[in-house]
Design a protein around this ligand. Sequence first.
Ligand code: HEC
Length: 156
Amino acid sequence: MFASKFSLSIATAAVIAGGFAAWQAWAANDRVQFPEGYENGIHYATVNRGGIREEIFTSPEAVAAAKAGQPLPDGTIIMMEDHRSGGLHRYVVMEKRAGWGDAYPENFRAGDWEFREFAPDRTPNIREDGQRCMSCHQSQAGQDFVFTLDRMRSAN
Ligand code: HEC
């Protein structure tokens, strides 16, 4: 009786551990921290789409690399403020770190970038696992997965 209960719980633990590992491999996108002080970087673009106004920021190092036609450096963070109906709706952030992409299958990763959404109070949205972000930004693989790379190149 004891033995069968014991082996059942081992089996359950193995299934849970396996499920957790698979979830981590496919849907982590939880390593990006809120980039406090981002507004001291370079505000390189404003994009207006319908009722949405987006303000986009990155580091001077990233802008320099974009202008030089180099890949964006390791550690690059791009912040996009998403304003709707006159108020801040959310923040979306992408961050590039060497090796981060290894956690994802080849056809799924967006280079070494991870993506994360934050609420206006700067806490992460834990319901957003970043898969949509990655798959849409994959279309920009030819320009380091960044839609607004041209805007970065022409930043002042
Ligand atoms: C359906 C496509 C799509 C999805 C999904 C998407 N994005 Fe984007 N993203 C864009 C486009 C297009 C832009 C360029 C700005 C614009 O046109 O609004 C952009 C711009 C950005 C930028 C500024 C840098 C750049 O690439 O220009 C960041 C940061 C960003 N997105 C993060 C995210 C995050 C985080 C998520 C998921 C929560 C996400 N995106 C989901 C299409 C997408």
